[in-house]
Design a protein around this ligand. Structure first.
Ligand code: HEC
Ligand code: HEC
Ligand code: HEC
Length: 464
């Protein structure tokens, strides 16, 4: 008994000393520093790089038996969900960060989930005190205003991670008109049966509503067709990002053997050249004449016209409080609470980063249980381009604009309903179970994301 009491007094003493030492060690950066430097210091002290980068500098004890397993797992899981190095670099240079990185850091600082408590118990001074939190959130706000100005939003929504779709973006009208013709032209396919619009119908949400698209001779592709609407806002094109620009993207389908099946653009140029009227109008806009470069440039110019502003949600963000129903507003709150608005951020609510599909639960293992389809090439995602293991199962986050019209869902087109796609996102990407009532509200909110094209609310003829 006596011995225990001694130990207890000793323990209390040690805790008290630790608490004092902790206070001394855990200093917030000076408020005189510029915001980006304050943020860099807080994140450096927070050890974010230790668990969220490809080559972390690990502490000396990282190789000790017990520590090795624990630290290894944290670093593996941490780096799999988030690579903080590019964000740290942008803080250091004062340059533009990725909008999603900014949103993710803001989210974890606001909800106090990072750094993991296991880390700051060992690394005193790393935890985010309330002063540091305030500095971080103010810094994020400042950076957002500077790098992602949001003039369309009402003041109370200026710091949201999602921004309204602009009414239009600059484009060359003459070239776009030619691109419009080419987009609907089956002469871009080997047997004259398929145009871009076959798989990306403008009256069917910019998609074909099929699990896998059907190209020439009934051949099926390996991934679901994303929408062409608002594709101009994506940072790269395709699920695996293999095209950097819309023009580069447009060069793909005509030569893809299962899509339009042409041997080369020479074949397409030869076919189009027989059409004197078309060639005449084409050379007015492009004196250099028909070629892969000019054809794909015209199509890309046309795709810049495929923006869909003025959804109920956009009107709400611009300050029209009546634009969304109470259920939709509740759904938007849930969308933010469940962290959906971190990956699905920006104007396009997606299309800004590659994300691991199944970061909180194994999507592909579970899919196998119900669908028994095995893994496909399309499942590899970004890995197909980089062959870096870190990129396997990582996909460009799809836009949620007009998502009510663009079923079926996911890169594999395996999910039929929006409701299911939402509930599954909560499980596989956020690691939370979403109740049916919550999913209903989020679905209602996503229905408010259908925008206008040529001044009319977009509809999907397949849904009539
Ligand atoms: C000890 C390792 C460790 C440290 C230190 C750490 N994290 Fe994490 N972080 C993780 C792990 C593991 C996950 C994924 C699973 C989880 O949340 O438990 C994660 C997840 C995240 C995510 C993704 C959240 C999401 O929902 O997708 C972000 C963003 C993040 N951390 C930011 C930070 C920031 C910012 C810091 C520094 C202030 C930090 N982390 C410090 C281990 C760490
Ligand atoms: C046979 C059906 C088919 C045809 C024809 C087709 N596409 Fe696609 N499109 C797809 C599929 C499937 C994908 C996704 C492929 C991938 O990510 O690997 C895609 C991807 C895209 C994307 C990328 C969108 C994003 O969010 O990543 C754009 C833009 C696009 N197509 C435009 C076009 C244009 C322009 C044409 C005509 C030149 C065209 N498509 C012809 C099926 C088709
Ligand atoms: C960590 C990033 C991340 C988070 C968080 C996230 N998503 Fe996603 N979302 C993705 C990615 C990546 C895909 C594509 C997955 C695939 O195709 O396999 C996707 C796909 C979707 C789709 C299907 C879109 C389509 O056209 O196929 C919907 C709907 C969706 N997410 C809604 C949500 C909702 C609602 C939440 C919050 C509960 C959420 N997402 C959270 C990254 C994320």
């Amino acid at each position: 008994m006596k011995k225990n009491a001694k130990i207890l007094v000793g323990a209390v003493g040690i805790v008290a000393v630790l608490a004092i030492a902790y206070r001394m060690v855990n200093q917030a950066p000076s408020a005189d520093l510029p915001a980006n430097e304050q943020m860099e210091q807080i994140l450096t002290d927070g050890g974010c790089l230790a668990c969220h980068s490809a080559n972390p500098k690990l502490p000396f004890y990282a190789n000790w038996p017990v520590a090795k397993g624990l630290i290894g797992k944290h670093v593996k899981d941490g780096y799999a969900t988030f690579d903080v190095a590019p964000f740290m670099a942008s803080l250091r240079n004062g340059s533009q960060p990725n909008e999603v990185d900014l949103a993710k850091v803001e989210q974890t600082i606001a909800d106090g989930s990072m750094p993991l408590s296991q880390y700051y118990l060992v690394h005193w001074g790393s935890s985010i005190t309330s002063t540091k939190r305030e500095q971080m959130l103010a810094g994020v706000k400042e950076m957002r205003a500077k790098f992602f100005p949001n003039p369309l939003a009402a003041p109370q929504f200026a710091n949201e991670t999602v921004r309204p779709v602009p009414d239009s973006i600059p484009y060359d009208a003459r070239k776009a008109a030619l691109g419009d013709v080419l987009y609907h032209d089956t002469r871009l396919s080997a047997d004259g049966t398929i145009s871009c619009a076959t798989c990306h119908g403008l009256n069917t949400g910019g998609v074909d509503n099929k699990r896998y698209s059907e190209g020439i001779k009934g051949q099926l592709g390996g991934v679901n067709a994303p929408t062409v609407y608002n594709a101009c806002f994506n940072f790269v094109q395709f699920w695996d990002g293999r095209a950097g620009t819309l023009a580069e993207q447009a060069g793909g389908p005509p030569l893809n053997p299962v899509e339009m099946g042409c041997k080369s653009f020479d074949e397409i140029v030869a076919r189009l050249s027989e059409d004197k009227a078309f060639v005449d109008s084409f050379t007015v806009a492009y004196p250099e004449g028909l070629s892969q470069a000019t054809i794909t440039d015209a199509i890309a110019e046309f795709e810049k016209t495929l923006v869909t502003p003025n959804s109920a949600f956009d009107r709400y963000l611009k300050g029209d409080e009546q634009a969304m129903t109470a259920e939709q507003i509740a759904g938007y709150d849930l969308f933010k609470q469940y962290d959906c608005a971190t990956c699905h951020a920006g104007v396009n609510m997606g299309g800004l980063t590659y994300e691991l599909m199944g970061q909180r639960a194994n999507y592909f293992e579970d899919r196998e249980l119900t669908q028994k389809s095995g893994l496909t090439d399309g499942d590899n995602g970004r890995w197909a381009q980089t062959k870096d293991e870190h990129d396997r199962y990582r996909f460009k986050t799809p836009t949620l604009r007009n998502v009510a019209l663009t079923y079926p869902y996911y890169h594999d087109g395996s999910v039929q309903t929006l409701n299911e796609a939402i509930t599954m996102m909560a499980k596989y990407q956020v690691g939370r179970e979403m109740s049916a009532a919550d999913a209903q509200k989020v679905e209602s909110f996503l229905n408010a994301l259908t925008g206008e094209y040529k001044g009319k609310l977009l509809v999907n003829d397949n849904m009539k």
